[in-house]
Design a protein around this ligand. Structure first.
Ligand SMILES: C[S@@+](CC[C@H](N)C(=O)[O-])C[C@H]1O[C@@H](n2cnc3c(N)ncnc32)[C@H](O)[C@@H]1O
Length: 278
């Protein structure tokens, strides 16, 4: 058994130790195992690997939450809303608990109107690494019949979002999915796929992940975004860096791209099929 081929026992040991931490009990075991394999393959001991895996999970999953999410209190808050205005206020309060949706809040009134406003015939939406973004449904202007499929790596979060779709009477569901395994292949194709601020996060887990994901994602329109600032609020040339990254990802693909700049986020809307059929 070489470090590059870690033993099942060592992988299990690392996964079990990571899951013992309250922060990660609800995180998809497939993601924990994938990171454990990567760390053990570097020749680390199981003990060292546990430390590294926890640190990487913190960076790419847990760090986004301001405190421990209280899904039951969030349900109560949403149920108590008795008007659209109150529902939106409750959604904003919940989205403020996840860093990624929190920094989008100041632009929410224009964000989806700008990015999706002129799209028609939307029947299916796939939200990859969704975080709490489905709580922005009341701003999205989607048809009431559009199926919204959302995935991320936390079981409790996905249960909450499943409840939310029911509560909103929006067809759809949420499910746990580790994107290191590629894009979910059900349904076979969708109208819109959101990849909101997930590329840097996935590339931190696997350098070639974004290319692989885009290769096996069948969507008429991709909405790919990047943060304009770090979690700490520093801008440090991030927009230029991510614009270059998007250019690289688009190279060799017959994409038509529109770009929208918001204060905290740069968005690329990609038509994957040429409109004139060329
Ligand atoms: C920067 S946040 C973006 C959240 C949301 N898309 C948004 O923009 O509001 C990154 C999200 O990716 C999720 N994530 C990280 N690694 C993942 C993986 N391997 N598979 C699926 N989701 C993952 C995290 O849990 C987190 O919700």
């Amino acid at each position: 058994m070489t470090p590059a081929d870690p033993s099942p026992a060592a992988i299990d040991e690392v996964v079990a130790a990571v899951q013992q931490g309250a922060k990660y009990t609800s995180v998809d075991v497939a993601l924990i195992a994938a990171l454990a394999i990567q760390e053990l393959a570097k020749g680390r001991s199981p003990r060292e690997a546990v430390k590294e895996v926890k640190s990487r999970l913190h960076q790419s999953v847990a760090a986004y939450y301001a405190g421990r999410p209280d899904f039951s209190a969030w349900r109560d808050l949403l149920v108590q809303a008795s008007s659209l205005e109150q529902l939106r206020t409750a959604c904003c309060a919940i989205m403020a608990m996840h860093h990624s949706t929190r920094e989008r809040l100041p632009s929410l009134d224009t964000f989806y109107a700008t990015v999706l406003g002129d799209l028609s015939g939307v029947e299916t939406v796939l939200d990859l690494g969704c975080g709490l973004n489905p709580l922005a449904l009341p701003w999205m202007g989607l048809p009431a019949t559009a199926a919204y499929l959302a995935c991320d790596v936390d079981h409790a979060q996905m249960e909450f979002l499943d409840w939310w779709f029911d509560f909103q009477q929006q067809p759809g569901r949420s499910f746990v999915w580790n994107l290191l395994d590629g894009a979910p292949q059900f349904p076979a194709s969708v109208d819109i796929a959101f990849l909101l601020k997930i590329v840097p996060c996935l590339e931190q887990q696997d350098r070639r992940m974004a290319e692989r994901l885009l290769d096996n994602l069948a969507a008429r329109v991709l909405v790919v975004s990047f943060p304009a600032q770090s979690l700490g609020g520093r801008r440090k040339g991030m927009v230029d860096t991510y614009t270059r990254r998007m250019d690289e990802l688009a190279a060799g693909r017959r994409w038509h791209i529109a770009r929208f700049d918001f204060p905290s986020e740069v968005v690329f809307r990609v038509y994957t099929e040429p409109a004139d059929g060329r």
